[in-house]
Design a protein around this ligand. Structure first.
Ligand SMILES: NC(=O)c1ccc[n+]([C@@H]2O[C@H](COP(=O)([O-])OP(=O)(O)OC[C@H]3O[C@@H](n4cnc5c(N)ncnc54)[C@H](O)[C@@H]3O)[C@@H](O)[C@H]2O)c1
Length: 596
C-alpha cells in the first residue's frame, strides 16, 4: 500500500513553488506554503491567486473550487511550520549551498518519516541528500513550468533513495494527474539536458544579431510547432534560474561548451532583467508576473502595408524544379494570385508536377478549403515549361532543384544570363551556403534564400536568408512576398541550418546520445519532451518522420561549419543509417513501423 499524503510542505513560492502549491491544493491535499520573509510570502500568495484567478477567468476552474483550493493552503514564514507534514518539496533558488542548508534544517524540523524532495533542475539530488541524516528519504520531484499545466514529473532517485519512497512518490504523481518518468541522478535529467543547450544556443543567436528575438521565436514555433519560442521560454523560466541551471549543467555535465551560459544572460540577470517575474527579460511584460507582452523599443514597427515599403513589385514568379518542394511552392504562389512559370527538365516531368499540383488543389476543394473556382483560377495562373528561357521576364525566381551545390551554381549562372535586371533570385536550399550560389551570378545583391518548409502549402514559416551581399531592397522584397503568401518570413544570416535546423538538429542528436548512453528509453525521452515541454512530437518520433539519413546529413553540415564538438553526429545515428534503418520511409528507424 502506498503511503497516504494528507499534508505537504512547499518551500519557496516563486515561479515553480507557487505552481506546485496549486497542483497539490487542486488535488485535495493540504499545503503548508513557506517563504523566507513577509514580503516574499505576499509575492508568493499573489503568484498563486494570479494563476488561479486566470484559470477561473478562462473557465478552467470554478470559483467555488478556487476558494476551496485556496482554503487548503496555509501560508507561513519560516520552516518551523513544516514539523508535521508528510512530504516537503523545496523550490528555492538553484544554489547547492542554499539547498544543502535548507535540507539540513528540514531534517532537524520534520518528523523522521517525512520525505524530503527537491525540485532542482540540474543540481545533484545525491549531494543535497547527504546534508540530511536520512538520504534514503530524499528524492527529486521535478515539475515543469507552468506546474499546473505541464503533465510531466521527473522522479529522480539517487543510489540511496529507498524503493518504497520512490514507489510512494510515483503513486503521489499519479494522484496529482501527472505522468512520471523515474530516472537516475544526472545533470539536467532528461528534459533539461536536452532543452538547455538549445535555449543557450538561441540566446547566442540573439546576442550575435543573427536574427531578431521575434524571428527566432516565430521560427521555432512555426517551423517545429513548439508552444513557445526559446527566448519567450527563457523569460518564463526566469533568466536567473536559467543561468544557474546552465552553469550547473556545464560544471556537472562534462563541461560541454554549449552549456556555458552566453555572456548576455549574466548581464541581463545583473541588470535585473529576469524575465516575466521582473516584468522584463528578452521581452517586456505588462507588469511583473504578467504573461502579457507589451511593445518596447525593440518591437518591429513594420507590420501590414508598411512591410512593403521599399520592396520591388513582384507579379510573375518562376519556380525551377520538379520535386516535393517545387510542387508545393508552385501551389503556394498560384493560390496567392501570382502568375507562375514552372520550369522542369522535360515535358514528362512538367506533366507530373502539374498532376501533383492539381491533386493537391483538389484535396483543398474536397476539404472545403478552396472553391472550385479558386482552384481553376490558381491552375490557370501556371504555365508549364521545360526551358529556362521562359524566365526572361519574371520578377522573382525560386529555385528548388536537387540539394547539390554544383547543380545550383550552374543554374544560377544560367539565370544570371537569362533573367532581366532587377529580378530577385531565391534558393530554397536547406543546408548549402546561399553566398556560394549568389557568387555564381554577377548580381549577388539580388540573391536571397527562401527556405520553405515541407509541405509548403501547409507550413506557415519561410526563412529568409540574407547573405553578406544581399541588398536591403532584396530582403524587404522577400519579406513582402512572404507576407503576401500569408506566411511568416523570418530573416536570418547565412549560416548552416539557418534558425530552425541549427536549433533543432543538435537537440535531436543529443537525444540519440542520451539513448546511446542508456540513461533512458526512447519512449521515456519522447514522453518527457512532449509532456514536460509541450513538444508536438518526441525526438525519436520526429527523427523517424524526418528520416535518419536526412537528419545525419544536416547534423554533419552543422558540425563541419561550426566545428562545435557537441554537434558531432551521435555514433548510434550513423550506425542506424549505415544499417538502412532510415525511419518511417524504410519501415524501421528508432522504432519498427512495419506492424503499426
Ligand atoms: N523556473 C523554472 O522553469 C523551473 C522549472 C523546474 C524546476 N525549477 C527549479 O525550481 C527551483 C526554484 O526555481 P524558481 O524558478 O521557482 O525560482 P524563483 O526565483 O522564481 O523562486 C524562488 C523562491 O524561493 C524563495 N526563497 C529563497 N530562499 C528561501 C529560503 N531559504 N526559504 C524559503 N524560501 C526561499 C524566494 O523568495 C523565491 O520566492 C530551482 O531549483 C529551479 O531549478 C525551475
Amino acid at each position: 500500500m502506498a503511503r497516504e499524503f494528507t499534508s505537504v510542505g512547499v518551500v519557496g513560492l516563486g515561479t515553480m513553488g507557487a505552481g506546485i502549491v496549486e497542483v497539490f491544493a487542486r488535488n485535495g491535499i493540504d499545503v503548508v506554503a513557506v517563504e523566507i520573509s513577509d514580503g516574499a510570502l505576499e509575492r508568493g500568495r499573489a503568484n498563486l491567486t494570479g494563476s488561479t484567478d486566470r484559470a477561473v477567468a478562462r473557465g478552467k476552474l470554478a470559483e467555488a473550487d478556487r476558494d476551496a483550493l485556496l482554503s487548503r493552503v496555509d501560508f507561513q514564514v519560516g520552516l518551523d511550520a513544516l514539523h508535521s507534514v508528510d512530504l516537503v518539496i523545496e523550490a528555492v533558488p538553484e544554489h547547492l549551498d542554499l539547498k544543502q542548508r535548507l535540507f539540513a534544517e528540514l531534517d532537524r524540523i520534520c518528523r523522521p518519516e517525512t520525505i524530503l524532495a527537491t525540485n532542482t533542475s540540474s543540481l545533484s539530488v545525491t549531494e543535497i541528500s547527504v546534508a540530511t541524516g536520512r538520504p534514503n528519504q530524499v528524492i527529486g520531484i521535478h515539475f515543469f513550468n507552468p506546474a499546473p499545466v505541464m503533465k510531466l514529473v521527473e522522479v529522480v532517485r539517487t543510489v540511496v533513495t529507498s524503493a518504497e519512497v520512490v514507489a510512494d512518490v510515483e503513486a503521489l504523481c499519479a494522484r496529482l494527474g501527472k505522468v512520471d518518468v523515474t530516472i537516475n541522478d544526472r545533470a539536467g535529467f532528461i528534459a533539461n539536458a536536452l532543452l538547455f543547450g538549445y535555449l543557450n544556443h538561441a540566446v547566442a543567436m540573439y546576442e550575435s544579431h543573427y536574427a531578431t528575438r521575434e524571428d527566432i521565436d516565430a521560427a521555432m514555433k512555426l517551423g517545429c510547432g513548439l508552444p513557445m519560442g526559446p527566448l519567450a521560454l527563457m523569460d518564463l523560466i526566469g533568466l536567473d534560474t536559467a543561468y544557474e541551471i546552465l552553469d550547473t549543467m556545464y560544471r556537472r555535465g562534462g563541461r560541454d561548451r554549449r552549456h556555458a551560459p552566453v555572456p548576455l544572460l549574466k548581464q541581463m540577470v545583473t541588470a535585473g532583467l529576469l524575465g516575466r517575474k521582473s516584468g522584463r527579460g528578452f521581452y517586456t511584460y505588462e507588469r511583473p508576473g504578467s504573461p502579457k507582452v507589451v511593445p518596447d523599443e525593440r518591437t518591429p514597427a513594420a507590420t501590414g502595408p508598411a512591410l512593403a515599403d521599399g520592396a520591388r513589385a513582384i507579379a510573375k514568379v518562376g519556380v525551377v524544379g520538379s520535386g516535393t518542394m517545387a510542387t508545393g511552392i508552385i501551389e503556394v504562389f498560384a493560390k496567392a494570385g501570382y502568375e507562375v512559370v514552372s520550369v522542369t527538365r522535360g515535358a514528362e516531368k512538367s506533366a507530373k508536377v502539374c498532376e501533383a499540383v492539381k491533386t493537391s488543389l483538389n484535396k483543398g476543394v474536397v476539404r472545403g478549403k478552396l472553391s472550385e473556382h479558386d482552384r481553376d483560377a490558381a491552375l490557370g495562373r501556371v504555365t508549364w515549361s521545360a526551358t529556362l528561357d521562359h524566365l526572361a521576364d519574371v520578377d522573382l525566381v525560386v529555385e528548388a532543384v536537387v540539394e547539390e551545390l554544383s547543380v545550383k551554381k550552374a543554374l544560377f549562372a544560367s539565370l544570371d544570363e537569362i533573367c532581366k535586371p532587377g529580378v530577385v533570385l531565391a534558393t530554397t536550399t536547406s543546408s548549402l551556403p546561399v553566398i556560394d550560389v549568389a557568387m555564381a551570378t554577377h548580381r549577388p545583391a539580388d540573391v536571397v534564400g527562401l527556405h520553405f518548409f515541407n509541405p509548403a502549402p501547409v507550413m506557415p514559416l519561410v526563412e529568409i536568408v540574407r547573405t553578406i551581399r544581399t541588398s536591403e531592397e532584396t530582403t524587404v522584397t522577400a519579406r513582402a512576398v512572404c507576407a503576401a503568401l500569408g506566411k511568416t518570413g523570418v530573416v536570418c544570416a547565412d549560416r548552416s541550418g539557418f534558425v530552425v535546423n541549427a536549433l533543432l538538429f543538435p537537440y535531436l542528436n543529443d537525444a540519440v546520445r542520451m539513448l546511446e548512453a542508456s540513461y533512458s528509453s526512447a519512449d521515456d525521452i519522447d514522453h518527457a519532451m512532449k509532456l514536460g515541454c509541450g513538444y508536438p512530437m518526441g525526438p525519436f518520433e520526429l527523427l523517424d518522420v524526418v528520416g535518419l539519413d536526412v537528419s545525419l546529413a544536416i547534423q554533419r553540415e552543422l558540425y563541419l561549419e561550426l566545428r562545435e564538438p557537441g554537434f558531432a553526429p551521435a555514433p548510434l545515428l550513423e550506425h542506424l543509417v549505415t544499417a538502412g534503418y532510415l525511419g518511417r520511409k524504410t519501415g524501421r528507424g528508432f522504432r519498427d513501423h512495419t506492424n503499426r
